[in-house]
Design a protein around this ligand. Structure first.
Ligand SMILES: Nc1ncnc2c1ncn2[C@@H]1O[C@H](COP(=O)(O)OP(=O)(O)OP(=O)(O)O)[C@@H](O)[C@H]1O
Ligand SMILES: [Mg+2]
Length: 347
């Protein structure tokens, strides 16, 4: 009954009644799902994986008796002040008195920490035209095709626009300028942004170059993470502050390296100037290029995938055909390998 999955991140420890009703309506209002249980064994199992644990005041004593390890994100909730004050310390919990604290309960659930958080990948070109934007778009498309939705964020003010790459330039929805004053907590953005083939797109508006501020990017990425299975960022190669923030926000950085001598030399420079210590290389094969072992050794980072030469990609991009439709099996296999590694816990 209380199986906790990434889409059920809130553990509700409450018997049926008013307190449970208040908790569950706050959870539903945030479009989250909860696992409900009063069984101590089940609770002990879900205790570590839940993003947030809400404990009804009349369950707190039983739970404290079980001596579960202390963790963040535990709240004792209910109408009885004496129970709230008695059991918050043993559970290392904060208290939410009801009914007065109902709005606060909503805010806590809304702050993002209660939600499943998708990995964030930044795809960076080791040299100009290395294929970073193409890989970013193709990864997002492939992740979306697997279900759970994916988001693609264009942070490159000098790039050609990621919406063009996906043939989405005419799709309705907000672009960066509408989002550029975003700060703090944002709700669900999906209804406002263009979505193509299951990929939610945050794209640059064409016009005068926009230097994006860092704050809106963090708020937008936080919002996107909670509603998609993967968020892919395309920081571009202009070292604007937002691009650096994109790299900082990412849980994984992929450096697309053209496998020739100049591509590898440029990638080495990029590694140093972007400060990409934890990055992994994705090799874009070129005719007569260097073997992956040598590239890994030269760059001092692992090569985690190799992209074959795809002669159809450039023309497809000109037509606005999404990369996932233009690439062949070898490229798709590399995408699957990259996405498969996200589940390894190294993301
Ligand atoms: N594996 C590939 N095989 C052949 N062509 C490719 C491959 N990957 C990308 N391309 C082509 O290379 C060109 C540059 O790709 P893309 O715009 O993705 O690179 P980028 O690294 O984002 O460039 P920029 O430095 O401008 O941001 C495009 O024409 C694209 O279609
Ligand atoms: Mg690009």
């Amino acid at each position: 009954m209380a199986q906790l999955s990434p889409s059920r991140p809130v553990l509700v420890v409450a018997a049926s009644g008013h307190t449970q009703d208040s908790m569950l309506s706050a959870v539903a209002a945030q479009e989250l799902e909860a696992a409900v249980s009063t069984d101590l064994e089940t609770i002990a199992e879900a205790w570590r994986t839940a993003a947030t644990v809400l404990v009804a005041d009349d369950q707190a004593e039983r739970l404290a008796g079980r001596a579960l390890p202390h963790r963040d994100g535990v709240f004792v909730v209910g109408p009885r002040p004496e129970l709230l004050s008695a059991w918050s310390a043993p559970l290392a919990a904060r208290v939410i008195p009801l009914p007065d604290g109902a709005a606060w309960l909503g805010a806590i659930l809304a702050d993002g920490s209660s939600r499943a958080r998708a990995p964030v990948i930044a795809v960076i070109g080791g040299s100009g035209g290395a294929g970073a934007s193409t890989l970013a778009a193709a990864l997002a498309q492939q992740a979306a095709a697997r279900g759970g939705g994916a988001a693609l964020v264009d942070v490159d003010p000098l790039g050609g626009g990621i919406d063009l790459l996906l043939g989405a330039e005419r799709a309705g929805g907000w672009r960066w300028p509408r989002l550029s004053s975003a700060e703090g907590h944002l709700g669900d953005l999906r209804g406002y942004l263009p979505v193509v083939d299951g990929v939610t797109i945050v794209s640059m508006a064409r016009g005068p170059a926009l230097d994006l501020a860092r704050e809106p990017l963090a708020a937008i990425v936080t919002s996107l993470r909670s509603r998609h299975s993967l968020v892919v960022l395309d920081p571009g190669r202009a070292l604007v502050p937002a691009a650096r923030e994109a790299i900082r926000l990412s849980s994984r950085q992929l450096l697309v390296v053209q496998a020739g001598v100049r591509g590898v030399a440029a990638a080495r420079q990029s590694l140093a100037s972007y400060d990409l210590r934890g990055a992994q290389a994705v090799l874009r094969r070129v005719r007569g290029g260097l073997p992956s072992g040598l590239v890994a050794e030269t760059l001092g980072i692992p090569v985690v995938a190799e992209l074959p030469v795809e002669p159809g990609l450039a023309a497809a991009a000109e037509r606005g055909d999404p990369p996932s439709r233009a690439v062949r099996r070898g490229y798709r296999k590399a995408l699957d390998e990259l996405l498969g590694r996200l589940g390894d816990g190294d993301a």
